[in-house]
Design a protein around this ligand. Structure first.
Ligand code: MRU
Length: 336
């Protein structure tokens, strides 16, 4: 997708052919900074610190992390260590494990001297596949939005989304936002309610940024506004992404998704989850078995933003000494 008219992906092979470059998402929306990942540790840090985030992009970064590790040590032990380090970065998004499995399947049969080239090639392929999959999610989902537009006689379709499941969460296009981009590009009138998504505010900082960069009309709302908007008839459908979906269809997504699904059910609003195959965990039958990441409580007691002078600062929003808990995801049971 475009930023200031220039097409970007979220991760790409560096000009030197042996590094990967990313958009540092911890700096958005206030600065567009590109960071080069040159080692396994750089890739692991990028995922753990959320310079990159979003399930499909975490997987793509892990794939490049393995390639970077191979450049340093292409032995079986080097491959095993790379997988161990990367697997420990974030627990919930299953795309991470999926990508590592893909890399191992590709590299294990190769002699060590062919593994660097093989790893970079497979990582690039995983990225390309993600772009195509997300483009097709958009193609598949755009009909839902067109149907609402037809039903409303061409009036604006209001879509609520939670967190960031746009192109910044993937390599390009996004999952939940892909149908919205395609609808917008086809001239369907759309407007997106963007949940700010506490505690890290990926809705306010990332979803609003990328929708704005593409020109899609949107309004940021506090997470708690969704139920009210649905009661007032201001939401035609909800479209969200997922970090892991179990074999029975239970959906782990950013904390607060479940409450939106409950409000949608109570108000008869359609609620859809858009996902690629790499987000399905076929080894788990039940959403209750999905590991839910608990992050630094400081993300709840503090907020980061831009001061009037342009400086980015983190400030406390809670009394010092109050205990906080930071559950990063919740599980929405499959629809009945
Ligand atoms: O913690 P994050 O930012 O990696 O969480 C991922 C998300 O942004 C959402 O949960 C998203 O809806 C699923 S990833 C397409």
């Amino acid at each position: 997708m475009n930023i200031d008219g220039k097409p970007y992906r979220t991760i790409w092979l560096g000009a030197d052919g042996v590094s990967a470059e990313i958009i540092d998402q911890t700096k958005l929306p206030f600065a567009l900074e590109i960071v080069a990942l040159c080692t396994l540790e750089d890739a692991a840090h990028a995922i753990a610190s959320m310079q990159v985030r979003g399930a499909p992009l975490i997987g793509a970064t892990a794939a490049y992390g393995v390639a970077l590790a191979m450049a340093d040590d292409a032995s079986d032990a080097g491959l095993a260590r790379a997988c161990e380090v990367l697997a420990a970065t974030r627990p919930t998004a299953v795309n991470l494990r999926w990508a590592l499995d893909e890399m191992v399947a590709e590299l294990q049969p190769l002699p060590a001297d062919a593994r660097v080239a093989g790893a970079f090639a497979r990582a690039a392929e995983i990225c390309d596949e993600d772009v195509e999959t997300c483009r097709r999610i958009g193609e598949h989902g755009v009909g839902l939005i067109e149907a609402h537009a037809a039903h409303k006689g061409g009036e604006t379709v209001n879509i609520l989304t939670h967190c960031n499941a746009g192109w910044l969460a993937t390599v390009d296009w996004g999952t939940a936002l892909a149908p919205i981009y395609q609808a917008f590009d086809r001239g369907v009138p759309v407007h997106v309610w963007v949940d700010e998504t506490r505690p890290r505010n990926q809705g306010a900082s990332l979803t609003a940024f990328e929708l704005g960069a593409h020109g899609v009309p949107h309004t940021i709302v506090a997470d708690n506004a969704g139920g009210h908007l649905m009661q007032a008839g201001l939401v035609d459908l909800c479209l969200v992404g997922t970090d892991r979906t179990t074999a029975n269809g239970d959906v782990a997504n950013k904390i607060g998704t479940y409450l939106k699904a409950l409000a949608a059910k109570d108000n008869g609003v359609q609620f859809f989850v858009a996902l690629p195959h790499s987000t399905i965990d076929w080894t788990l039958e039940d959403g209750a078995d999905i590991p839910i990441e608990q992050r630094d409580p400081g993300e709840v007691t503090h907020m980061t933003g831009q001061l009037p002078g342009g400086q980015v600062a983190t400030v406390a929003v809670a009394p010092p000494g109050s205990h906080a808990a930071n559950y990063a995801f919740d599980v929405t049971p499959r629809g009945s």
